[in-house]
Design a protein around this ligand. Structure first.
Ligand code: GDG
Length: 476
């Protein structure tokens, strides 16, 4: 039986797990339906790195340590100081160094070596995210002709931005070594196709099949979703959980929620500015709204992230200093993570969600908030037009330009005053969009497209379906 190799920077091993809501959640159905081998970084930095294998529930996990140098150059360096800002349209924040690029390529070569030791010819490889863009090229150079797909979780900007990245020609074109390259939205896919047209002279229309020599690479759009019904169930139960009840009981009036990793792409500082303007313009709401911003720290070793943590702290302090009275504070800013259950209950209790990234591949918080609502009395989603989720949520969300704090402030006022009938009809449209694209089908859709077949070999299927799998698989 063909195995699915999932390759990502971090691996949700059975022992450690990952921060809930990350890749582990979107890959849950894939891990259940297919025999999988998940390979990536162990999360540990060692002077003498080792690779370990674990097994659980029919799946295997292979994790490799990194050296300090690898971590600095590959992860903190090229991935998070060059690719992350540039793919989020932030050329101003990119810090390129040749040393980081060579470390980035070296770690990709290392993962390719580890894979080459265990890969069998009919295994399918599914690579995730920007850290591993060059992996297929490294595998092809090792003479591996497996089906290899890539999914980019973050945005793909227009070629005018990508080409400003030094040495982009050594990184981005290596995506052509995949059989299938998947994006969150049509806009991302179109940007990539335009890069290929401008830089490599490939056909400019998005035929979704672009030939490179004897290999056909296909481009597709596979928007990530949430487990809609499961998350709704979790939220229904969680609203009664002690922590959630405590929060709800301690809030005078309505709760407004924001949940984001502490990252400049999430637009948190401009969002706080918008809230400040809302408070200045709407004294009638003082004492009747509490904004809870949950922001677990991330990537604190990178300068911009540490600076941003200070700025957000100062802004939250200023807002509370200006507007609080003895019985009310307009906002609560917390840096610690909460359990997925607690989050789902808080979403359900919140009258408004503020999701205003400056740029975001998809944004699952927006989707989780919608899934968690009580359909009989739902809250309102204020969503940045620059989140991938906006493509599916045009109808139903209050779409805003996150760079315009006055417009976001006006949207908060509108959401707070919105009559129940309008909230219900907007929520119905949003929930229907979620159901149309549930994450339980996401892995299936990608893998079927990668195999070029409608059906793909599921765990426990019989020999007949295996035969059809072999026959429909394309010769290399
Ligand atoms: C990348 C792309 C794309 C957050 N705080 C806590 C917590 N979370 C969970 C949320 C959500 C997840 O983390 C964040 O997902 P996002 O989609 O919002 O953002 P990124 O982390 O930047 O993810 C993004 C995604 O990949 C998937 O393709 O949508 O565009 O940037 O699930 O709930 N979870 C828990 N406690 C917290 O405090 N348990």
């Amino acid at each position: 039986m063909a195995r699915v190799f999932i390759i990502s920077n971090r691996v949700a091993t059975p022992q450690a797990g990952l921060h809930a809501g990350g890749l582990e959640v979107v890959l849950k159905a894939t891990l259940k339906n297919y025999p999988c081998v998940w390979l990536g970084w162990s999360g540990e930095i060692k002077a003498h790195p080792k690779t370990r294998t674990m097994h659980q529930k029919g799946n295997s996990y292979i994790v490799s340590d990194l050296t300090e140098e690898d971590f600095d150059e590959y992860y903190n360096g090229f991935a998070n100081r060059v690719l992350w800002p540039i793919l989020h349209y932030r050329l101003d924040l990119a810090e390129f160094s040749r040393r980081d690029l060579s470390g980035f390529l070296r770690v990709n070569e290392h993962f390719a070596d580890e894979l080459a030791k265990v890969l069998k010819p009919d295994d399918v490889v599914w690579v995730h995210d920007y850290h591993l863009i060059p992996l297929a090229k490294a595998l092809r150079e090792r003479n591996l002709h497996n089906r290899i797909g890539f999914f980019l979780h973050i945005p793909m900007p227009p070629p005018e931005i990508i080409t400003a990245m030094p040495n982009h020609e050594h990184v981005i074109p290596s995506l052509c070594h995949y059989d299938l390259v998947g994006f969150q939205t049509d806009n991302d896919a179109a940007n990539f196709a335009r890069y290929l047209a401008n830089e490599l002279g490939m056909p400019s229309h998005i035929s979704r099949r672009l030939g490179t020599g004897d290999r056909v690479m296909r481009i597709g759009t596979f928007p990530v979703g949430v487990e809609t019904r499961g998350f709704a169930r979790l939220a229904r139960r969680a609203i009664k959980a002690e922590l959630v009840r405590k929060v709800m009981n301690s809030v005078p009036g309505a709760l407004m929620i924001g949940v984001d990793r502490l990252d400049y792409s999430k637009g948190i500082t401009l969002r706080l500015e918008a809230y400040e303007r809302f408070l200045a313009a709407n004294p009638a709401w003082h004492g009747k709204i509490t904004y809870l911003q949950i922001t677990p720290k991330s990537r604190s070793q990178i300068k911009e992230y540490a600076e941003m943590a200070d700025t957000v702290n100062a802004m939250a302090g200023r807002i509370n200093g200006t507007y609080s009275d003895a019985s009310w504070s307009p906002m609560r800013y917390v840096n610690r993570p909460y359990s997925r259950t607690a989050l789902s209950g808080l979403y359900r209790g919140a009258r408004v969600a503020l999701v205003t990234p400056l740029r975001d591949g998809m944004n699952l918080v927006a989707k989780e908030y919608v899934a968690a609502q009580d359909a009989a009395d739902p809250g309102v989603l204020i969503l940045s037009r620059f989140a991938g989720a906006a493509a599916e949520f045009k109808e139903g969300a209050l779409l805003v330009n996150p760079y315009d704090p006055d417009a976001v402030a006006a949207a908060i006022a509108r959401a707070m005053a919105m009559p129940q009938a309008e909230r219900k009809s907007r929520h119905a449209a949003l929930y229907a969009a979620l159901l149309r694209n549930d994450v339980s089908e996401w892995g299936n859709k990608f893998l079927s497209a990668l195999m070029g077949t409608k059906e793909f070999h599921l765990k426990g299927e019989d020999v007949a379906s295996r035969k059809s799998f072999e026959m429909t698989s394309r010769p290399h």
